[in-house]
Design a protein around this ligand. Structure first.
Ligand SMILES: Nc1ncnc2c1ncn2[C@@H]1O[C@H](COP(=O)(O)OP(=O)(O)OP(=O)(O)O)[C@@H](O)[C@H]1O
Length: 257
């Protein structure tokens, strides 16, 4: 197992164990995730991909009975230390889910929601953030004349790009994507994959995907999980062309999972 040492580490996970009550969902997980690159988590259903993703912005805090041991550092800060403000952490570590989940508000208000919450009041500043965020999510041209329309008037793929724009509006460093294209049609999926390729120049992206072809197409690093453990973590090209573990090979060649 080798890690992408050429790139600068942003996230450092050390000996992480996570329990849902008595169920041991993550077992001594260690890895480093480089900045401004795409890291994909792959593995069969229930192996702990989403659980690990949720530890990166402490979404697991919301699940009663969850206990973690070990360390998650982002830019050198232990995000589970008592001094860390979880709201600030979640501003820096945005998340996009499997089902697009826009708020029942206008397109504009979906994007302006986070900045307003964090204290931006000026109309011109909000206008600028809305425009820039929608441009970054490659949605601006499609919606610029309809900003007052409900977000629900958009297609599923557009809604997902709106959710990405909403996450970008609060200026995160990291974008977590939990199977963000699995509910979308192939064309919308492709648009989001292209978008991810653009966004990685500015953001660190960590994605969970069930689609191995997507991981191979989009990611720079891939992590293969099995039963809550990291089996292999390598450059995507190496992991798919020359896996070092037999279990990875079996998985990527479709022999199980
Ligand atoms: N809130 C929870 N309470 C109890 N157990 C949970 C909870 N969430 C997940 N689990 C269990 O933890 C394990 C890992 O789940 P997780 O959702 O992280 O897996 P996954 O690899 O993302 O799966 P999938 O690909 O199906 O989404 C599973 O066995 C799951 O049943």
């Amino acid at each position: 197992m080798s890690t992408a040492t050429a790139l600068k580490t942003l996230i450092d996970i050390r000996d992480l164990d996570l329990y849902y009550g008595t169920y041991h969902a993550l077992k001594k997980v260690s890895m480093t995730i480089p900045e401004k690159a795409v890291t994909a988590f792959i593995g069969p259903s229930g192996c702990g991909k989403s659980t690990l993703l949720r530890t990166l912005n402490r979404m697991n805090d919301m699940i009663i009975g969850t206990r973690i041991e070990g360390k998650v550092e982002i830019a050198g800060t232990d995000i589970y230390s008592n001094e860390v403000d979880v709201e600030t952490l979640r501003k820096k570590v945005g998340m996009v889910f499997q089902q697009p989940n826009p708020f029942p508000k206008s397109i504009y208000d979906n994007i302006a929601y986070g900045p307003r919450l964090h204290g931006t009041r000026s109309k011109s500043q909000l206008d600028e953030i809305v425009e820039q965020s929608l441009k970054q999510a490659v949605l601006w041209d499609e919606v610029k004349d309809y900003l007052k329309r409900s977000a629900f008037s958009l297609s599923g793929g557009q809604q997902q790009r709106l959710c990405i724009a909403r996450a970008l509006a609060v200026n995160p460093d990291i974008l977590l994507m939990d199977e963000a294209t699995s509910a979308l049609d192939p064309i919308s999926t492709l648009k989001i994959e292209e978008l991810v390729q653009e966004l990685k120049h500015r953001y660190t992206i960590v994605m969970v995907t069930h689609n191995m072809h997507q991981a191979a197409r989009v990611s720079d690093q891939t992590v293969f999980f099995l039963n809550g453990e990291v089996v292999e973590f390598d450059n995507t090209e190496t992991l798919f062309s020359n896996p070092s573990d037999k279990r990875t090979e079996d998985y990527i060649t479709g022999r199980f999972g």
